[in-house]
Design a protein around this ligand. Structure first.
Ligand SMILES: *[C@@H]1O[C@H](CO)[C@@H](O)[C@H](O)[C@H]1NC(C)=O
Ligand SMILES: *[C@@H]1O[C@H](CO)[C@@H](O)[C@H](O)[C@H]1NC(C)=O
Ligand SMILES: *[C@@H]1O[C@H](CO)[C@@H](O)[C@H](O)[C@H]1NC(C)=O
Ligand SMILES: *[C@@H]1O[C@H](CO)[C@@H](O)[C@H](O)[C@H]1NC(C)=O
Length: 333
């Protein structure tokens, strides 16, 4: 700044004032008044980002640039190259450049120039994409009764950053009762509801609204908490031989770690097992305990086992099957 002050002041402040002290005072005031605008403007022009224009893929995109009064037209450049050579399909109009049925290959940095001086009249960074389709929503109470976890996805890639507004209301008629469904990070496609009211016959309504620069789409998901209970699969499944028992196997497992209160909201379990080399598995249960002894097995054979869990009161659905664990009954040596 110090270096710039003299040149800035010299332009306008060489007035015929009496004393040098007075001139100095006037100059300081002028520096304060004029410098923020006139001295700094030059240095920032180069760093201005190109203004963004977002348009829909497949639409007729207009890049605006008015033809100067004295000129017959303007010159368009894309990515620094004159447009006539860079694009085969385009129409120059009075309002600007039209890209009919715009495609992804036409994204780029467009600039419109004065035909005689080459001066840039307008710069546009064009980004193309699609409006979002309706999000497909799934919600499950994997941590009943504490949390409802919801996830969603868009039906197709939209090529543009898309944000999601996630809110819910309890009851279709609740007025002004929109509560945020908390996303773990901005732009995430999941959220969770932590304050759920149990055994309510009024449905919850989750509203996921996808927003990007070319459009928005909303999906609603109605649910009753007890209908969407689905635990995660049981964990730590162990299959062990029982000493002296050549036709039995001991199975032990733990409730899923995400199920917060197994003492108060117990689970029941299905067991599915297959003898290696045979076709279809056998499914038995449900059982309320977290261990079981398989009997009547073939001595020396390998058995593959999985378990699944469901809320004991029979609300909701069974979990997915746990990862498989295997074992062979005890063998005499
Ligand atoms: C627009 O372009 C796409 C391919 O980019 C093409 O499939 C479609 O037929 C075109 N539509 C029109 C109306 O020209
Ligand atoms: C401009 O450059 C970008 C990035 O290299 C490229 O993706 C785009 O297709 C170019 N646009 C045109 C119209 O050539
Ligand atoms: C479900 O929501 C809880 C609470 O926000 C979170 O800690 C947990 O990671 C979520 N689970 C899944 C599978 O997204
Ligand atoms: C869904 O949420 C969006 C964004 O907050 C809002 O504009 C819209 O009115 C909501 N729709 C319904 C049916 O609640």
């Amino acid at each position: 700044m110090r270096m710039m002050i003299p040149s800035c002041v010299m332009d306008g402040a060489q007035a015929p004032f009496g004393t040098s002290r007075m001139r100095w005072t006037v100059q300081v005031v002028l520096v304060l008044l004029t410098c923020p605008v006139s001295c700094i403007a030059d240095s920032t022009t180069e760093e201005d980002p190109w203004p963004l224009q977002h348009s829909a893929l497949g639409s007729d995109v207009l890049l605006r640039c008015a033809v100067p009064a004295e000129a017959a037209g303007v010159e368009w450049r894309v990515n620094g190259t004159s447009v006539a050579t860079a694009l085969d399909v385009l129409m120059a109009t009075e309002d600007g450049l039209v890209l009919p049925n715009a495609s992804l290959a036409q994204e780029g940095d467009y600039s419109c120039h004065h035909p005689a001086s080459g001066e840039a009249l307008r710069r546009i960074r064009l980004r193309l994409g699609l409006p979002p389709g309706k999000p497909a929503i799934e919600c499950w109470a994997i941590s009943y009764p504490q949390t409802v976890n919801c996830t969603w996805s868009l039906p197709a890639d939209v090529h543009l950053d898309t944000e999601f507004i996630a809110t819910y209301r309890h009851g279709v008629w609740a007025k002004g009762g929109e509560t945020e469904c908390v996303q773990p990070a901005a732009g995430a496609s999941s959220c969770s509801i932590n304050d759920v009211q149990l055994f309510s016959i009024t449905p919850y309504v989750l509203n996921i609204t996808a927003v990007n620069p070319v459009g928005t789409a909303t999906s609603l998901f109605h649910f009753i908490v007890e209908h969407i209970i689905r635990p995660d699969p049981p964990e730590d499944l162990q299959v062990s031989a029982i000493p002296s028992e050549s036709k039995k196997l001991l199975l032990e497992w733990k409730p899923p770690g995400s199920w917060p209160l197994p003492k108060y909201f117990p689970l029941k379990y299905l067991i599915r097992y297959t003898r290696q080399g045979t076709g279809s598995p056998r499914t038995i249960g449900p059982y309320e305990q977290t261990s079981f002894i398989l009997t009547g097995l073939r001595p020396g054979a390998i058995y593959h086992v999985q378990v699944a869990a469901k809320d004991l009161s029979d609300y909701g659905e069974y979990s997915a099957w746990s990862p498989q664990a295997s074992g062979t009954p005890w063998k005499r040596r």
